[in-house]
Ligand binder design. Structure first.
Ligand SMILES: Nc1ncnc2c1ncn2[C@@H]1O[C@H](COP(=O)(O)OP(=O)(O)OP(=O)(O)O)[C@@H](O)[C@H]1O
Ligand SMILES: [Mg+2]
Length: 258
């Protein structure tokens, strides 16, 4: 299942009084059911903060965040987040880390947490590593565990915070492809924060560009490139629409050399 998401007039400051730092300024956008939206913006502008507000793990000062399942008032099993720094529990095995995600749904008697966890471990290509500890895994493997844990929650909305940012180019390409394949089969609404413009255009239906702090949305760019994309990456990246969008995003982000 997937949900739509509506963010309206979202504002958020850290701290209070004269020391308060405004991070999000009246942000508004809508994400359709099963849509894949990428978010780009300068470092420190508030991207992680935005995802945390949507995940219900930090409070915000004003505005509304509503999904088709209802308003967000705190952490919910409708929404799961994949963190840039994996956030695995070092004393737990791969299987135990993923079970943490599956366990979030104790009310579902139709699901066995361990069976669900094993299935996701296999789906992300980690079969055979169930009993390994995080310290024994490569960066790419840890990121797969983080992804499996989030997917084991069976969320309607998946929030991904620069999930492939720390990986080598080859592993990143492979995981991007696998994510698109997975998104083809699983109905999920995805918000994907990235610093990588190519990644944003390759993956998303729509790219939101945020300004420097306090973040507002400066541009919304639709990516009209046919799907599925995962089986013709080279063609897409060589295509004129891909290049046009990439140039446009570079301009929006002030990355062009004049
Ligand atoms: N818990 C916190 N308390 C106080 N200030 C914070 C806190 N978390 C983030 N900030 C500040 O809020 C601003 C936005 O941070 P955030 O992590 O959301 O940015 P970001 O866009 O995700 O950055 P990056 O691209 O580097 O990951 C930054 O100036 C940061 O210093
Ligand atoms: Mg961040």
């Amino acid at each position: 299942m997937s949900h739509s998401l509506s963010v309206a007039g979202l504002s958020k400051s850290y701290g209070s009084g004269p020391d308060a730092v405004r991070v999000l300024e009246e942000l508004s956008f809508d994400v359709g059911e099963n849509e894949f939206v990428a978010i780009v913006g300068p470092s420190g502008c508030g991207k992680t903060t935005l995802l945390k507000c949507i995940a219900g793990v930090v409070d915000y000062d004003g505005g509304d965040i509503v999904t088709s399942g209802g308003p967000i008032t705190g952490p919910s099993d409708d929404i799961a987040m994949v963190f840039q720094d994996f956030r695995l529990l070092p004393w737990k095995t791969v299987l135990e880390n993923v079970v943490v995600g599956a366990d979030i749904q104790p009310d579902r008697t139709d699901r066995q947490p361990e069976a669900a966890a094993r299935e996701w471990i296999e789906n992300v290509g980690l079969a055979g590593s169930e009993d390994a500890y995080p310290a024994e895994l490569s960066g790419g493997m840890k990121q797969r565990v983080g992804l499996a844990r989030a997917l084991a929650v069976d969320p309607d909305i998946l929030l991904m915070d620069e999930p492939f940012g720390s990986l080598d180019a080859q592993t990143r390409d492979r995981l991007q492809t696998e994510l698109l394949q997975l998104w083809d089969t699983e109905q999920k609404t995805i918000l994907f924060v990235t610093h990588d413009i190519n990644e944003a255009v390759y993956l998303a239906d729509c790219v939101l560009v945020l300004s420097a702090k306090p973040a507002t949305i400066t541009t919304t760019l639709d990516v009209n490139i046919d799907r599925p994309r995962w089986d013709r990456r080279v063609d897409i990246e060589g295509g004129s629409e891909f290049k046009r969008l990439r140039t446009r995003l570079r301009e929006e982000l002030g990355l062009t050399v004049s």
